[in-house]
Ligand binder design. Structure first.
Ligand SMILES: [Fe+2]
Length: 413
């Protein structure tokens, strides 16, 4: 049976019968197919308001196919369900994207609870208990749903780690980054979730690492480094008995390989390193260098991306480029100087204007004085003001910098 469905009510598993425009005018190379999350995004982004579905070949809509979309954030709505349906619900209502300032509130709670959950997983692994990939799925779905609502919120919040439990927080951070990168690379739903599970479990082998090495507040000796390097093999071995995919196993084993063959444990080169492991390598290093540790200060996100791009032979260049595109040229939380002479922190970036993000000005370089914070959408200024430099926060002694983007309230310019 053919039904016309509003774009806002589409969900993965529906079968697209036809679009309301010519083939040349829509973003697909074919006219009829089973819809995925990414297809639905493309349909909504391209301005198509309704499509015709074939309910004999895919899912139908429940009642009124032209009705209003459900608010997924309304706890009383059917969208407040959990489990497999959560992503479906999120997918059909994800555009327009939730503002990063709103998603950050949720992301902070999620990051905390997910890190606690990972602490338990590591503790159980340390005691020799088997890890269950299936039991990780609700957590991965929650993380993926946050990334779908806004890719900059959780990936930015996850940079702010406290020193206790770094390994667990790092696992959650890499899960969020892997999920966001998988979506940028247009992996299908299954691929996005697999990347998320792989992120959560990539360092599971550290559960077996001697605590003196794992928690050493300084540079490892040559002998200690050899011990630390075992964690990728140990993790792979521990996951053999877990119900996880081959891709998750490959990330555990190969996330320290380098495309020039100088990584470990096997010194694989280029495409011999599985795709998910090449993605894992990028996400793992980015999160490590942008995190504060007892023995080193954190790198600014832009500085991290620039440095990583300059490390010849370490990463797959295509994947690194996609990763930079995922976070934006000016990641949320970046400190920038405007042509007008103000210092500002990046709050959010539009998908079509990566050079003109939304920022919050708070300091005048001309008067060398703080100013009342103002939120400015540089895109709307159409060149009247623009970013002229990325600044190093350490040069400015700004202990409250993170509060400026974590608490996104303030007057709009
Ligand atoms: Fe690792």
């Amino acid at each position: 049976m053919l039904k016309t469905v509003a774009a806002s009510l589409l969900r993965p598993g529906m079968f697209l019968h036809s679009l309301d425009r010519r083939w040349l005018d829509h973003p697909f190379w074919k006219n009829s197919f089973l819809l995925t999350v990414i297809d639905i995004e493309k349909i909504v982004a391209s301005g198509i308001t309704s499509i015709v579905i074939d309910t004999d070949r895919g899912l139908s809509c429940s009642e009124d196919c032209q009705g209003e979309p459900v608010d997924p954030f309304d706890a009383g709505s059917s969208a407040a369900q959990t489990g497999d349906d959560q992503l479906f619900v999120t997918a059909r209502t994800q555009l327009p994207r939730r503002p990063v300032g709103e998603e950050i509130k949720h992301a902070k709670r999620l990051f905390e609870s997910a890190s606690n959950e990972m602490k338990v997983v590591f503790q159980q692994a340390r005691m020799g208990r088997a890890v269950s990939g299936t039991s990780m799925m609700p957590l991965v779905q929650s993380i993926a749903a946050s990334v779908i609502r806004n890719p900059y919120a959780l990936t930015s919040v996850a940079r702010l780690k406290h020193h206790d439990g770094y390994t667990y927080m790092h696992s959650v951070a890499v899960c969020a980054l892997m999920t966001a990168l998988a979506r940028e690379l247009e992996l299908d739903e299954q691929g996005v979730l697999e990347a998320g599970v792989a992120g959560l479990l990539h360092d599971l082998g550290k559960a077996l690492m001697p605590l003196a090495v794992l928690n050493k507040p300084g540079k490892l000796s040559v002998e200690e480094y050899e011990v630390a390097k075992k964690h990728s093999y140990d993790g792979w071995l521990m996951l053999q008995s877990a119900d996880v995919s081959a891709g998750v196993l490959e990330v555990a084993l190969h996330h320290h390989e380098k495309v020039n063959g100088r990584g470990y444990p096997h010194g694989l080169k280029d495409k011999a390193i599985p795709l998910l492991a090449r993605m894992g390598a990028v996400c793992d290093v980015y999160d490590a260098v942008t995190s504060e540790r007892p023995y080193k200060s954190s790198w600014h996100p832009t500085q991290a991306l620039r440095s990583m791009a300059s490390w010849e032979g370490q990463f797959d260049k295509t994947i690194l480029a996609a990763f930079i595109s995922t976070l934006g040229i000016y990641p949320v939380g970046s400190l920038v100087r405007l042509e007008s002479g103000f210092l500002a922190v990046v709050l959010d970036q539009g998908s079509r204007s990566i050079l003109a993000p939304t920022v919050k000005t708070f300091f005048s370089c001309k008067s060398n004085q703080p100013v009342f914070p103002q939120i400015v959408d540089l895109k709307k200024l159409k060149g009247a003001d623009r970013i002229v430099a990325i600044e190093d926060p350490k040069q400015w002694n700004l202990p409250q910098l993170n509060d400026l983007w974590l608490n996104q309230v303030g007057p709009f310019a």
